[in-house]
Design a protein around this ligand. Structure first.
Ligand code: FAD
Length: 416
């Protein structure tokens, strides 16, 4: 079933044009090939011929995306992207996420995309030429190495990996895990506590992000961690006396925490809008099945339990969508979006999980098979409630921001 995307009244022409162009590629190029593309990336028993065919289709679609001016929407044109604003990119994401693996076909691959944003903001021109451009052109892959098995990922202050300055080099020691894309990565951006005996005292022990090529001696990839019962490329890594040039540091010493925040803010909006796109697909699949499946002498759509699924899912999707677009608008207006981003980061993955759960229920056994995208969406939705800050941490942030206003003698203004 094709995605039904029409121009939205009141939106700037450019945003509508981006959405319609994206929908055309999704409907005409990706959806008819989705099973082939997805199976060769995640299926088993895939022949070499099938892989070659999938590569050719992928290349063809990516060429069409570039011709449409939609490649790497998160990056400016001078660095190989299409230079979309946050709102434009968010509004595009709900459409490209309708198909499995859609983002990669539009040049947005986590964690590369987050690393690209960091390189763009904190990298020197030399670093941009060496790492950012090849990443955007697809000639390199990368990982972001922050979380550690022995320390709470939801509390970045607990990070123990160190980088000690010796002459013109940083010497890195630490133990990380869940470095996504790790098996393919040409380099990692590693979050370290930097210790520079000659640097200013107030910066010592602060966090700094450092580029580490994956073939540097001492970078030991222990394993790809099994996730949801499947082998994955979220890797565990030991950095054992890894030496890199001091010039591999990103930004000023001690800017690592801020850089991580800069990465996560827009990233959460994009993830949420991707979730909206996936919910849209799950909704279409669910309603399509309800309208055609006969049980106990009638169509499923006639059963009130099932009608409740439609209504509840509709409410979940519209609410998730409005909340996320509100965040994107706030970011464009320069209004502090943090409270609403936290609200969206809690609400949207949970709504996504509920919508997909109902679609699975409607499809019965077929819902949990690899014949439909629902099972993959379900585990993806659940994972999102942990990654990029677990629900509880975002709830704490909302409460903190609200209480701060009331303590300052102000009430909350829900209109702004
Ligand atoms: C599929 C996947 C991909 C990932 N990719 C990357 C990556 O590329 N790079 C990277 O660096 N990391 C990555 N991560 C790691 C992810 O960012 C962390 O898992 C996340 O930050 C949570 O950290 P933790 O797992 O250490 O949980 P912990 O910090 O140990 O927290 C465990 C639980 O405790 C609860 N909790 C935490 N704090 C509080 C609190 N203050 N009050 C009440 N309850 C609380 C929450 O329910 C939380 O889920 C990935 C994770 C997954 C699952």
């Amino acid at each position: 079933m094709a995605m039904n995307v029409q121009a939205i009244p009141g939106l700037p022409d450019r945003v509508n044009q981006i959405r319609l162009l994206t929908a055309k590629i999704v409907n005409d190029e990706i959806l008819p090939n989705e099973t082939k593309l997805w199976r060769t990336r995640h299926g088993q028993d895939v022949s070499d011929d099938e892989k070659a065919e999938s590569r050719a289709i992928r290349h063809d679609i990516q060429t069409k995306v570039k011709q449409a001016g939609l490649w790497a929407p998160h990056l400016p044109e001078e660095y190989g992207g299409s230079g979309l604003s946050i709102l434009e990119h968010a509004m595009m994401n709900e459409i490209l996420a309708y198909v499995m693996g859609g983002a990669a076909l539009f040049g947005v691959v986590a964690p590369n995309s987050g690393n690209q944003k960091i390189l763009l903001k904190y990298g020197t021109e030399e670093q941009k030429q060496k790492w950012l451009i090849p990443l955007t052109e697809g000639k390199m892959q990368s990982g972001f190495s922050m979380t550690e098995p022995d320390n709470a990922g939801s509390d970045p202050r607990s990070i123990k990996t160190t980088a000690r300055r010796e002459g013109d080099e940083w010497v890195i020691n630490g133990h990380k895990w869940f470095t996504s894309n790790g098996l393919k990565s040409d380099f990692f951006i590693v979050m370290c506590r930097t210790d520079d005996p000659d640097g200013p005292a107030e910066r010592n022990g602060k966090m700094t992000q450092i580029i580490v090529p994956s073939d540097t001696p001492g970078v030991n990839i222990v394993r790809g961690i099994e996730v949801w019962g499947r082998h994955s490329d979220h890797v565990e890594i030991i950095y054992d006396n890894v030496r890199v040039p001091a010039t591999n540091q990103l930004g000023n010493t001690g800017s690592g925490h801020q850089a991580a925040q800069d990465r996560l803010g827009p990233g959460r909006v994009y993830h949420c809008m991707n979730s909206v796109g996936q919910m849209w697909r799950a909704f279409d699949l669910m309603v399509e099945r309800l309208a055609t499946r006969e049980v106990h002498g009638g169509l499923l759509q006639e059963k009130q339990f099932m009608q409740g699924f439609i209504a509840d899912s509709y409410i979940d999707i519209q609410t998730a969508r409005d909340l996320t677009i509100r965040c994107a608008k706030q970011m464009e207006l320069g209004v502090d979006p943090r409270t609403d981003i936290s609200a969206a980061k809690i609400f949207v993955p949970a709504a996504y999980e509920r919508v997909v759960d109902r679609a699975i229920q409607v499809w019965g056994a077929a819902g949990v098979t690899g014949d439909l995208p629902l099972a993959a969406m379900y585990t993806g939705a659940r994972t999102l409630r942990l990654a990029d800050g677990p629900d509880e941490v975002h709830k704490i942030l909302i409460a903190k921001n609200v209480l701060k206003r009331y303590h300052a003698g102000e009430h909350w203004d829900f209109g702004n």
